[in-house]
Design a protein around this ligand. Structure first.
Ligand code: PYC
Length: 320
């Protein structure tokens, strides 16, 4: 329920290879539940006002990913986290996990070495270094289907793979040049949205019936610093400024499934801004891989958000 009294919420902002994360560190009650999946469900029902107040305009914008710092459900974890954006809660988020890791370091809550973080998709590990680089050990990722044909109205037929990397992705070669210009981004967004609409209209989902809410398009890298470049459309309509960690994990799973990436090989995934995540895999007994993704993240602000229920748009502009 929306509060009727003024609220103050303490947040720490960071960016991971260009993509913003806003971690809620105080001022909001802990979501109820034993596991992070239960807490995520409770968060959706009870704290939706906080989600939109924190990440939507006028305090945020559509590219901001929020991260609610929680008590972990699993033992030996330093923290639990629920990720959210301008339209709802996310499953996983690796750029956000890197942002959370540098935030915990900034707060003095973690030091050197590997730490476990509890998330709704499972336990992930983080390791932060002095130079701002962060390595995340992700949950099991796998290719579910390959060569799926989608007839996209006004655009034609697209073939792609469906993979889980902590979110559901449809991965396809881009028919458009991956240009980080206003015109390029607009066109890529329109195309990706049309693909997503058609997947939904055709009833194409992940193997658990999960909505494929991320579209990842691939093209050649700009230079020798990367092996490929992507454009990722996020669920709220914004594009990922980073190479997208769950998207990189999905890509690693697809490369491994098609025999193009083995244990010990490295894949450097550039995003639309040509920043790079480096990925490797360990094979999983159940099939698929455990990806390790390295990027860099930096704290950009500490702030106290003020929510006056009397103010217009106190709880955010819903579509922003
Ligand atoms: O890095 O996994 C990620 C991500 C998901 C949505 C935005 N970033």
């Amino acid at each position: 329920m929306k509060p009727t009294k003024p609220q103050r919420i303490r947040v720490i902002d960071s960016h991971t290879c260009g993509e913003p994360t806003r971690v809620v560190v105080a001022g909001v009650s802990e979501p109820r539940g034993n596991s992070m999946a239960e807490k995520r469900l409770n968060f959706s029902g009870e704290l939706d006002w906080m989600r939109s107040a924190v990440v939507c305009e006028p305090r945020g914008h559509d590219a901001v990913v929020g991260a609610m710092l929680c008590q972990p459900g699993e033992e030996d974890c330093v923290a639990g986290v629920i990720f959210f954006n301008n339209v709802g809660v996310l499953n996983g988020c690796l750029h956000g996990t890197m942002g959370l890791a540098v935030t915990l370091k900034h707060l003095g809550r973690i030091g050197d070495g590997k730490h476990r973080i509890d998330t709704p998709t499972g336990v992930v590990t983080v390791e932060v270094r002095e130079d701002g680089s962060v390595t995340v050990g992700n949950v099991r990722s796998y290719r579910y289907q390959s060569g799926i044909e989608v007839d996209v109205p006004d655009w034609g037929t697209v073939w792609g793979d469906i993979a889980w990397g902590g979110n559901w992705f449809f991965l396809a070669d881009s028919p458009l040049e991956l240009m980080a210009t206003a015109a390029g981004i607009d066109e890529l967004t329109r195309f990706s949205m049309a693909v997503r609409r058609q997947l939904e209209a055709s009833g194409i989902t992940g193997d658990d019936g999960g909505v494929i809410d991320h579209i990842e398009l691939f093209g050649p890298p700009a230079d020798g610093e990367a092996d490929g470049k992507n454009f990722v459309l996020c669920p709220g309509g914004a594009f990922d400024r980073s190479p997208c960690g769950t998207g990189t994990s999905a890509k690693l799973a697809c490369l491994h499934a098609s025999g193009k990436l083995k244990e010990g090989d490295r894949w450097r995934q550039a995003g639309i801004l040509d920043t790079v995540f480096a990925g490797e895999v360990r094979e999983a007994e159940e099939g698929g891989v455990y990806p390790t993704v390295t990027g860099s993240a930096f704290v950009t602000a500490e702030a106290e958000l003020m929510i006056d229920p009397k103010a217009p748009f106190a709880f955010g502009i819903p579509f922003s």
